[in-house]
Design a protein around this ligand. Structure first.
Ligand SMILES: NC(=O)C1=CN([C@@H]2O[C@H](COP(=O)(O)OP(=O)(O)OC[C@H]3O[C@@H](n4cnc5c(N)ncnc54)[C@H](O)[C@@H]3O)[C@@H](O)[C@H]2O)[C@H](O)CC1
Ligand SMILES: [K+]
Length: 512
């Protein structure tokens, strides 16, 4: 599923009207008809007061067209215009008159706080104040109107985007954004729906198809790709009946130190669980028994140093390497990493302390092989790229880093973001139960195991993040968020593969 910018939506709008021989007002009517259908399906004519708050742009026009359709179908509607300027859009004006023609009344024009209506808790609010055309934070009485709407417990439905939220720009005033119960967005979701600072305003959203030009949507390079089940299904490579373990690669997991052997165990186990043919754990000697007992399926080689990794030497040619989980950041670890980076010839994933070693010893940066996968959490990312001012700045800085060093960077979070060669992928699986020690170690194993099996590094990153989140979702359904631990994610990886091809009663996310 593609995520487009506002500019691209305006282009799509223009191309659609030209190619389909329709007007912008016709397109608005389509949009309003879709929202009407959504509401009517749920309300079935119920006589609940519906308050529609409209701006003076096309989002407001959508609200007016919806109001007319609702009135024509016997609903109890009150339409209000936040009349903060006379610069109304042409499609708004057409629908303004159409509303009057049908209802025989003009919508109520609001120009100050005293004009705000009382709203009962049982009422429904439609938010059509601002759409993707927002170009500054709402101020004065318009901001107060947003706050007035937010303080009512009535159900709130935002059209296209919660008013006051930008589609792809950082929030400057958190007090001037509608907090809806639900958002109905046109054609494709907007970038802000998925980022940590703005995502909480869009707890539930649905996409309404308004028939924007198919060719434009297919051929235009999006701002980001959203990875849900239909996209993840396409990554899966079926196994052939005559396959043997040699077909699925031999991974090396270089990890662990005295007191942090769990990280190595978690990573090694998930490398196997995701399907690597063989896994060798390279660990300090103190972890030998721990690893052999915890993961009997793994081969184990040990460092000369009893407590930390100091020299990563192995006697086979791995197909994929993961390094860093719980390995420590002392000078032995830095030396071990330097030695490994100098000789590595297969794809490599750098996690946790490997990233911290790089941040503390910047000369390691130029040793990172092309297409290496870096999996930082927020703190590790900041040590690599420096501070950021907001989510968008973080993305830009990560893109610049990824380009400079030719690496894949995975920004872990509620919606994990994968950045490579200027492309951005946003994952949709996962839950707060995964915010637990060791879940990153599991992810490193999942991605490395996919690389070992022959998925390319970018596909392994995107598919691995999806499967990891999906396993987390399955685990949380069984034990809840609080009780979930990282091992539960590993144990649910098998179900995550099965879930990939399970037919849902209602498909959650449409394919693109
Ligand atoms: N192709 C589509 O996806 C379709 C989208 N539709 C709807 O149109 C809106 C976008 O409409 P637009 O007129 O461009 O913008 P807005 O309605 O968001 O209003 C912008 C309007 O308000 C002014 N403005 C912006 N910020 C502020 C502010 N803080 N305070 C005061 N005024 C502000 C700005 O200058 C403009 O005048 C989209 O979201 C959909 O809902 C179509 O209906 C169907 C096709
Ligand atoms: K809106």
């Amino acid at each position: 599923m593609k995520i487009f910018s506002s500019k691209q939506f305006y282009e799509a709008d223009k191309i659609t009207t030209e190619k389909q021989g329709i007007t912008s007002v016709d397109l608005m009517e389509r949009a309003a008809t879709q929202i009407y259908g959504w509401l009517h399906q749920r309300l079935q004519g119920a006589q609940v007061p519906i308050h529609i708050f409209c701006g003076i742009g096309n989002n407001g026009g959508d609200g007016l067209a919806l109001g007319r359709l609702l009135v024509e179908n016997g609903y109890l509607v009150k339409c209000y215009i936040a009349n903060y300027t006379d610069k109304r859009s042409p499609s708004f004006l057409t629908n303004y008159s159409r509303y009057k023609d049908v209802t025989k009344n003009w919508p109520l024009l609001m120009t100050c706080v005293e004009d705000f209506p009382a709203i009962a808790r049982e009422d429904i609010i439609i938010d059509a104040l601002f759409g993707i055309g927002l170009n500054r934070p709402p101020e004065g009485w318009v901001k107060q109107l947003i706050q007035h709407i937010n303080t009512t417990p009535a159900y709130k439905l935002s059209i296209d985007i919660p008013s006051g939220l930008y589609a792809e720009q950082a929030i400057t005033d958190h007090e001037a954004i509608i907090k809806p119960n639900h958002t109905l967005t046109f054609q494709a979701p907007k970038l802000s729906f998925f980022l940590p600072e703005s995502g909480p305003y869009v707890t539930f959203y649905e996409i309404l198809n308004i028939g924007l030009d198919e060719e434009y949507m297919q051929t235009t390079k999006p701002v980001a790709q959203l990875i849900a089940k239909p996209q993840a299904q396409r990554f899966y490579k079926q196994r052939n009946k005559y396959a043997h373990k040699g077909n699925f690669g031999h991974a090396l997991v270089a990890a662990g130190s005295y007191g942090s052997m769990g990280a190595a165990v978690l990573s090694t186990k998930s490398t196997l669980r995701i399907g690597a043919g063989k896994v060798t754990a390279f660990i300090p000697e103190c972890g030998y028994n721990i690893m052999q007992i915890s993961v009997p399926e793994a081969l184990v080689q040990t460092d000369v140093n009893p407590k930390v990794l100091s020299k990563i030497e192995f006697d086979f040619m791995p197909d994929a390497i993961a390094v860093g989980m719980g390995m420590g950041t002392g000078k032995e670890s830095v030396a071990a990493l330097r030695g490994l980076l100098k000789k590595v010839t297969c794809p490599i994933l750098l996690d946790a302390d490997a990233l911290n070693c790089i941040s503390s010893t910047k000369t390691l940066l130029k040793l990172i092989p092309q297409n290496a996968i870096l999996t930082p959490h927020s703190g590790e990312l900041e040590r690599l790229i420096g501070e950021w001012s907001d989510d968008y700045d973080k993305i830009e800085k990560t893109k610049a880093f990824s380009k400079k060093y030719n690496v894949i960077v995975i920004i872990k979070g509620a919606n994990t973001i994968i950045i490579s060669e200027g492309e951005m992928y946003i994952n949709t699986t996962g839950n707060p139960g995964m915010a637990t020690a060791g879940s990153g170690d599991v992810l490193s194993g999942v991605i490395t195991g996919l690389v070992a099996q022959g998925y390319d590094p970018l596909m392994s990153s995107v598919f691995g993040v999806y499967l990891h989140g999906s396993a987390g979702n399955i685990a949380s359904q069984l034990i809840g968020f609080e009780a979930m631990i990282a091992s539960d994610i590993t144990e649910a990886l098998g179900d995550a593969f099965i879930e990939l091809f399970r037919q849902d009663e209602q498909q959650q996310a449409p394919a693109d």
